[in-house]
Design a protein around this ligand. Sequence first.
Ligand code: ADP
Ligand code: MG
Length: 247
Amino acid sequence: MVDDKQEIIRVEKLNKSFGDLHVLKDIDMSVKESDVVVLIGASGSGKSTLLRCLNFLEIKNSGNIIIEGEKIEKNTHNLNEVRQRVGMVFQHFNLFPHKTVLGNVIEAPTQVKGIKKEKAIRDGKELLDKVGLGDKYDVYPSTLSGGQKQRVAIARALAMKPDVMLFDEPTSALDPELVGEVLATMKKLALEGMTMVVVTHEMGFAREVGDWVNYMHDGRIVESGDPNDLFDNPKQERTQAFLSSVL
Ligand code: ADP
Ligand code: MG
């Protein structure tokens, strides 16, 4: 079978250090159009740093990051422009507290992209409807549950019409009863064909929604594969140890 899906993200021999601390070591990774790639691994293994490099919130030391066929370098590219194509959702939602829910969603499209306010409002309401917050346009974030806040954050990222969405432990800060609604929103996005890279400890989600799983340990991807294969038959001892600690 010929796989002609476009490669949205390609990472080659990516290295990142903070001072003497070598955090990412020769990372190779590929994310194709409409794929859901899940990153798992212990705390401190480099998952967030990898996502932040993909969104250019951190600048790599060496290696290549290729977005939609274009090798992105900070000297040759406008990283703000590239960042619009790579949406990100964080563990702590980082909503603007003094703006309404809809205000949060239309902020970047109007301020960064120069979209007309009426159009941004129409699109923003549609996105909020989609994440199940059609009755919350005009309230402030402080009145929302964590799960609702995270769904606003997802709508806000989608408002920039990114080609890929990065999620960094989007449910880790939530009370257990609120995790499901956020995962359901992410699953819906995945089913609509959104390309996603997801750092999560939710192995059920990884198995059900993920097309590919990368297990990170100490700055390296030590094992990757189809979620069912990797969870049922981990090849590396490290992966086995990690999985038995979380499953
Ligand atoms: P994970 O998300 O897998 O828990 P991180 O990418 O957050 O891992 O962190 C990997 C390592 O890099 C950790 O040792 C962490 O302390 C370190 N680190 C992350 N960000 C910074 C930073 N801005 N400055 C210095 N060290 C950092
Ligand atoms: Mg992290």
